[in-house]
Design a protein around this ligand. Structure first.
Ligand code: FPP
Length: 240
C-alpha cells in the first residue's frame, strides 16, 4: 500500500490476534513452541512500534480460555514463556512508560506466572504512556456472561434499574472497563475470524487480516495495516 501514515488519524486502540506461531515453526520443521518463542520477539517489536507511533492502547490475545485444551507441554511452555517475558521485558516496558493491564481471569494461572503478571501490573500502574492490555485466560463470551451476572445481582439488590442498562453501563462491567473500543483489529496467519476476542468491543472495529504468521509480524506490517485502516471509510452505521 502506497502513502504515508497520517499521524493525526492514528487508530487510538489497536488489538491483535497473534496467530500462526505453530505453523511458523512447523514450516521450519521446528517444534511448535519455537514459534511461540519467536512470537515473543514479534510482540516486543509490536509494543515498541505502537508506542513509538503514539497509539494509546495495544491489546494482544496471548492466551484464550480455549487454549487450556492444547497439549499439556505446550500450555506449560506458554505459562513459562509469560514468566520469561515479564522478567525480561518489564524494566524496559516500565522505562518506556508502558502501563500493563490484564484482560481475563488470571486466578486460574499457575502461581509463579500469576505473581509475575501481578508484579508487572503493579509496577506500571501509574505509567501514562501506551496502555498494553494482555488478554490472558480471556474469552469474550465468558466476559459478557460475567458482566450479565454482576448486573443482574445489582439489579436484584435495587442498585440499578432496567432503564440504566445501556451500552455504556455494560462496557463498564467488562475487563476493558474505561478503555475506548478498538479502532483496528489485526489478525495474522490468514485466518479470518475473531475467535471469541473482544466481541462486544469490536462492534465498529475495522478488521485487517494479514497473511504473514505472527513471528514474521514487524514494524513494516504494522505500518501497512495502519495505512490500510486509514484508507477505510468508517461510517459507524451512518450515511456520509
Ligand atoms: C497463536 O498461534 C498464538 C498463541 C495461542 C499464543 C500467543 C503467544 C505468543 C505470541 C507468545 C508471546 C506472548 C507472551 C505474552 C509471552 P498458534 O499456536 O495458534 O499457531 P497455529 O495456528 O499456527 O497453530
Amino acid at each position: 500500500m502506497k502513502g504515508e501514515i497520517d499521524r493525526s488519524k492514528l487508530p487510538k486502540h489497536i488489538a491483535i490476534i497473534m496467530d500462526g506461531n505453530g505453523r511458523w515453526a512447523s514450516k521450519r520443521a521446528l517444534p511448535r513452541v519455537f514459534g511461540h518463542k519467536a512470537g515473543m520477539e514479534a510482540l516486543r517489536e509490536a509494543v515498541k512500534g505502537c508506542s513509538d507511533l503514539g497509539v494509546k492502547i495495544l491489546t494482544v490475545y496471548a492466551f484464550s480460555t480455549e487454549n487450556w485444551n492444547r497439549p499439556t507441554d505446550e500450555v506449560s511452555f506458554l505459562m513459562n514463556l509469560l514468566i520469561e517475558y515479564m522478567r525480561k521485558e518489564i524494566n524496559e516496558l516500565n522505562k518506556n512508560n508502558v502501563k500493563v493491564k490484564i484482560l481475563g481471569d488470571i486466578s486460574g494461572l499457575p502461581k509463579v506466572t500469576r505473581e509475575e503478571v501481578e508484579k508487572a501490573v503493579s509496577l506500571t500502574e501509574n505509567n501514562e504512556g501506551i496502555q498494553f492490555n494482555i488478554a490472558l485466560n480471556y474469552g469474550s463470551r465468558a466476559e459478557i456472561i460475567c458482566a450479565c451476572k454482576k448486573i443482574a445481582e445489582e439489579f436484584k439488590e435495587g442498585k440499578i434499574s432496567s432503564e440504566e442498562i445501556t451500552e455504556e453501563l455494560i462496557s463498564e462491567y467488562l475487563f476493558t472497563k474505561g478503555d475506548i473500543d478498538p479502532d483496528l483489529i489485526i489478525r495474522t496467519s490468514g485466518e479470518k475470524r475473531l475467535s471469541n476476542f473482544l466481541l462486544w468491543q469490536s462492534a465498529y472495529s475495522e478488521l485487517i487480516f494479514v497473511e504473514e504468521m505472527w513471528p514474521d509480524f514487524n514494524k513494516q506490517l504494522l505500518e501497512r495495516a495502519i495505512l490500510e485502516y486509514q484508507n477505510r471509510d468508517r461510517r459507524f452505521g451512518l450515511v456520509k
